[in-house]
Design a protein around this ligand. Structure first.
Ligand code: 0X9
Ligand code: ZN
Ligand code: ZN
Length: 305
């Protein structure tokens, strides 16, 4: 059964999405943006007060990398917080009155299923690679942003294999198509990973500073201090290349170069004590503190519409 303080299976997340959409039909609608390699539906939940006209939106995804289970947990937490605090929390109410939030709770569904059934430490997708017995591509090396020029591998057996071309993975193509289609309304792109306690923004494919560097840094620092205010968890903010490592083909850089100015990658708890195996007892505190950072970014985006 589904629980916000557990790491849920794909099947429990799928039923949860259906019941969330059914029981909150005034706030949530479901859209399948395509299927994964193994044929599972990639569901986006659109959360917001229904309005007559098209609203500006924030896009957030979780579960790019299969083993980063706290990421998947956060998207579920966010959706629940949105619907349960709408009407009582003034910031959430204003946000969902004026904007929509698109949430893709699990991007790499095939990989996530594999981490439950076969290998808890799987990272990549599960697609076949021609001429190799190794499976999968790193979806965060598969976007059209300096694709495969740095911090990525052309070896299908590598954990950072960039694929045969940008968007060679159907999951990347489905996401990129959805964002391109909604480009005029999407004002922010947030992608949730773990671990290392970082709040990253472009660029990762180059050491050059983004045109909006100063604003992106100021918002990241504000979001990090909001996060820290709850339990003292310390985050480092900065552009990807110098802050974590240079790595091309990421969805954050791609979204930014497409024109989505507020593009952020979260690396959630912890700093390596448990790493990807973060205990379930840390789901609640991690999600509560991360909510403050995401809401900080959202408030800034909303203020600058
Ligand atoms: O390497 C990644 O894809 C991310 N770190 S993780 O440990 N979750 O794998 C960092 C992504 C930063 N952004 C880009 N490289 N574009
Ligand atoms: Zn990751
Ligand atoms: Zn809460």
């Amino acid at each position: 059964a589904h629980s916000y303080t557990k790491y849920n299976t794909w099947s429990d997340i799928e039923s949860w999405m259906n019941s969330m959409a059914t029981f909150n039909s005034d706030m949530i609608s479901k859209e399948v943006i395509g299927n994964t390699y193994e044929g599972r539906p990639m569901v986006v939940l659109k959360i917001g007060k229904k309005s007559g006209s098209t609203k500006p939106a924030i896009f957030m995804d979780c579960g790019f990398h299969a083993r980063e289970w706290i990421s998947h947990a956060f998207c579920q937490w966010f959706v629940n917080e949105a619907v349960t605090t709408y009407g009582s929390d003034s910031q959430m109410t204003s946000l969902l009155d004026k904007m929509d939030v698109f949430v893709l709770p699990v991007f790499n569904i095939d990989g996530y299923v594999f981490t439950h059934t076969n290998n808890r430490m799987w990272r990549k997708t599960r697609s076949r690679n021609a001429g190799s017995s190794c499976l999968g591509t790193d979806p965060n090396r598969n976007f059209n942003a300096g694709w495969c020029t740095i911090g990525a591998s052309t070896n299908p057996c590598s954990e950072t294999y960039c694929g045969t071309a940008p968007e060679s993975e159907i999951e990347s193509k489905n996401l990129a198509d959805f964002i391109r289609k909604n480009k005029s309304i999407i004002k922010a792109y947030i992608t949730i990973h773990s671990y290392s306690q970082l709040l990253l923004f472009p660029y990762s494919y180059t050491y050059e500073l983004a045109a909006d560097h100063d604003e992106l840094m100021a918002v990241a620092k504000g979001a990090s201090s909001a996060l820290r205010s709850l339990y003292g968890t310390v985050y480092t903010s900065g552009p990807g290349a110098p802050t974590i490592y240079p790595a091309a083909g990421g969805s954050d850089d791609w979204a930014y170069d497409l024109g989505v100015k507020y593009s952020y990658t979260f690396e959630l708890r912890d700093e390596g004590q448990y790493g990807f195996l973060l205990p379930e007892s840390q789901i609640k505190p991690t999600c509560e503190e991360t909510m403050l950072a995401v809401k900080y970014i959202a408030a800034h985006v909303q203020k600058n519409l």
